[in-house]
Write a protein that binds this ligand. Structure first.
Ligand code: FES
Ligand code: FES
Length: 171
């Protein structure tokens, strides 16, 4: 057993004692009832289980949870799909996913949403030229698998959010 303290969507959880082999996916879904984070391949191959990790230096990135021990997130701040909507309002990216009918079964959606959000925040800090946008989105989503093949719609949904606020995300 080990102690785990983690901040999730701005709320502190723990310290609580957890099994050494408990995955972060099981901690979120089974211990906290946060089932928005999915379990797909269980082999770090599809990223449907990815959450956002926010480092103290201001950098954010996604990380799978399916085969990663919960204790590896000890002391970290993470964001899950449950944290995107504020005051009952979907985020711009969530709205765009809906408007584009980007998902069918929705199993991969939390992972794409988290990755897209990280990308938007990165672009806000380091805008790219319009000519690089398509590759930038494609590279960000590389590794995320959608068995319903919604890739183009996810891509278009992110692009729309970027272009709607081009002054913020593009240079
Ligand atoms: S379920 Fe974690 S990468 Fe597929
Ligand atoms: S919407 Fe079904 S796996 Fe992506």
């Amino acid at each position: 057993m080990m102690m785990l303290a983690v901040t999730i969507n701005g709320h502190a959880h723990g310290p609580t004692e957890v099994r050494d082999d408990l995955t972060m996916n099981d901690f979120l879904r089974e211990h906290l009832g946060m089932t928005g984070t999915k379990f797909g391949c269980g082999a770090a191959q599809c990223l449907s289980c990815a959450v956002i990790v926010d480092d103290p230096d201001g950098t954010s990135y996604t990380r799978p949870t399916c085969i990663v021990a919960a204790t590896e997130f000890n002391g970290k701040a993470i964001r899950t799909v449950e944290g995107h909507a504020k005051d009952g309002q979907l985020s711009s990216l969530q709205k765009s996913f809906v408007e584009h009918f980007a998902f069918q079964c929705g199993y991969c959606t939390a992972g794409f949403l988290n990755e897209g959000q990280v990308l938007l925040e990165r672009l806000a800090k380091a805008p790219v030229p319009r000519a690089e946008l398509e590759n930038t989105i494609a590279e960000a989503f590389d590794g995320h698998l959608c068995r319903c093949t919604g890739y183009i719609k996810y891509h278009q949904a992110v692009r729309d959010v970027v272009l709607a606020e081009a002054h913020r995300y593009l240079k």
